[in-house]
Design a protein around this ligand. Structure first.
Ligand code: DX5
Ligand code: ZN
Length: 216
């Protein structure tokens, strides 16, 4: 089954509750919340209070994507706030194995996000330990960037590896996923699509989700 993880980065942040309710009504499967610290990436977004408050307005599972330094210090805050999955950013985490174990110990799902320039060996080393492998198709930090097509062959190799080894990890694609790029992401093996900008185009959440699903 292919699923949509709606990234609220592109929403109007003054109307987050309204938009999250609309996303749920329109058939999104996950809410994806990017946490950016102004250091690892040059952008500042949300905190645990945002997750705690949005937790109360939706029954959808929440994926908290930590695009920041010192992730270990905030994991517990976000789990307590109601995250269903923590996505650790590989390149800004000094001890990824320890971080994965820490999340799992608390009964929370765990995903590892890999920036476009990170190679297959690093991904293979962690793939058995995670619920999702988040293959970023943009450099972390901002919504609205074009999908980097050179990630697609890497995605295909991971799809083949998961299938041949009979692993359970889900391939999530994150960044630049829209009408033009969805078919290729599906073709290369992604089954969970993080979509931001496209879903908020013209404020037509319902129509945009329908359009995205028409490719599945
Ligand atoms: C990028 C974020 C993405 C972003 C995707 O650093 O991790 O989740 O919100 O947004 P779009 O769909 O606009 O690329
Ligand atoms: Zn993200």
């Amino acid at each position: 089954m292919t699923t949509i993880s709606a990234s609220i980065l592109a929403a109007n942040h003054a109307y987050l509750a309204r938009d999250v309710e609309e996303l749920e009504k329109s058939g999104a499967d996950w809410i994806h919340i990017d946490i950016m610290d102004g250091h690892y990436v040059n952008n500042l977004t949300f905190g645990p209070k945002t997750v705690e408050d949005l937790r109360k307005v939706t029954s959808l599972p929440i994926d908290v994507h930590l695009e920041m330094y010192r992730q270990e210090q905030v994991i517990d805050h976000f789990i307590r706030a109601g995250a269903d999955m923590i996505t650790i950013q590989f390149e800004s985490c000094p001890h990824p194995i320890r971080a994965i174990e820490h999340v799992k110990k608390q009964g929370c799902q765990v995903s590892m996000a890999f920036a476009p320039t990170t190679g297959l060996d690093q991904i293979y080393a962690l793939i058995r330990d995670v619920d999702h492998v988040n293959l970023m198709t943009v450099e972390p930090g901002f919504g609205g960037q074009p999908l980097r097509r050179e990630v697609l062959p890497k995605m295909k190799k991971i799809r083949e590896y998961i299938d041949s080894e009979k692993l359970s990890a889900i391939i999530t694609v994150d960044g630049g996923v829209n009408e033009q790029t969805i078919p290729d992401t599906l073709l290369h093996g992604a089954t969970n699509l993080v979509i931001g900008t496209m879903l908020f185009n013209d404020g037509m959440i319902n129509e945009n989700i329908k359009k995205a699903k028409s490719f599945f």
